[in-house]
Design a protein around this ligand. Structure first.
Ligand code: AMP
Ligand code: MN
Ligand code: MN
Ligand code: MN
Length: 276
């Protein structure tokens, strides 16, 4: 069965509504789909309903922003109960600092010569409290300062660039606890994307496991084929379930389309066995 356990709707920084994503996933042959918006659960009800109408299985998900040793790390929660106060309260608290960060990002961008970025980003976001860097990136492309979203991140929005502001997200063990208490499985998103030494990655995975984390993404739009192999090996070594998700945001911003991912490498235990 084709599954895709990582995607974004207009409830965070995706461009399609939950219903639009459901239709696209079903059209691409996805049998079991998870919506995993950043620090947001607002799209899940519509996603679940639309998936059911399309005859597709659905898993309630979320992608929680975490700060671990000064680095941003994303933790995906799968199979959560979105009504549970642990996850609902946890992501609401995490989300509540997004607007203040956005004001600081806009100030930095103004200093770098890009005016009007706060209003510009907000025009791309469904609400003030979920505004993120992708919304800024879309505005900066619109203004012609870069050709695409990925170029904006390279030039303005990544650590060390002029529009980047450090931010303190949730703590790793809190994020894992919120997910577990609300009935979900915690998975480290795109582990190959973090700027960590082998030693630091080992510390992250060890701490995550001791907190109750059960999986890592192996096949994701953020990994190269070499990293599929590497993280399959790491999943086996640490006893993690292997997850797979496109991290789809938009039909126009590159990466894998919903459900259009290579299969998990042989020898791993797929998270599908636990969540299906
Ligand atoms: P935020 O949570 O507001 O810091 O935004 C994080 C989001 O920015 C990620 O989920 C991606 O959608 C996007 N992002 C981060 N780095 C890049 C990149 N290099 N290229 C394109 N999008 C990126
Ligand atoms: Mn995103
Ligand atoms: Mn992520
Ligand atoms: Mn994501």
């Amino acid at each position: 069965m084709v599954f895709d356990f990582h995607s974004h709707s207009t409830a965070s920084d995706g461009v399609l509504s939950p219903a639009g994503l459901a239709a696209r996933a079903a059209g691409n042959g996805v049998g079991l789909w998870a919506l995993t918006d950043h620090d947001a659960l607002a799209g899940l009800a519509e996603a679940r309903e639309s998936a059911a109408s399309a005859g597709m299985g659905f898993v309630d998900g979320v992608e929680v922003s975490v700060t671990w040793r000064g680095q941003t790390v994303h933790v995906v929660g799968l199979g959560i109960d979105p009504a549970h106060p642990a996850i609902a309260g946890g992501v609401a608290a995490t989300r509540s600092s997004r607007y203040g960060r956005a004001e600081r990002i806009a100030d930095e961008l103004a200093r770098a010569g890009i005016a009007g970025a706060l209003d510009g980003a907000l025009a791309h976001a469904e609400s003030k409290e979920l505004v993120g860097r992708t919304h800024f990136a879309r505005y900066i492309v619109e203004r012609g300062f870069a050709d695409d979203v990925s170029a904006v991140f390279d030039r303005y929005l990544s650590p060390g660039r002029p529009g980047y502001v450090p931010h303190e997200w949730a703590k790793l063990d809190d994020a894992v606890r919120w997910i577990r208490e609300s009935g979900g499985a915690a998975v480290i998103a795109h582990p190959g994307r973090y700027d960590l030494s082998a030693r630091a990655l080992d510390a992250l995975l060890g701490e995550f496991k001791r907190s109750g984390g059960v999986g890592i993404e192996v096949v994701t739009g953020s990994h190269s084929p070499d990293q599929f192999t590497l993280f399959a090996q790491i999943a086996k070594q640490y006893g993690f379930l292997a997850s797979c998700g496109s991290d789809f945001h938009s039909p126009d911003e590159g990466g894998f389309d919903l459900g259009c991912l290579p299969p998990l490498p042989p020898g791993v235990t797929s998270i599908l066995e636990v969540l299906a």
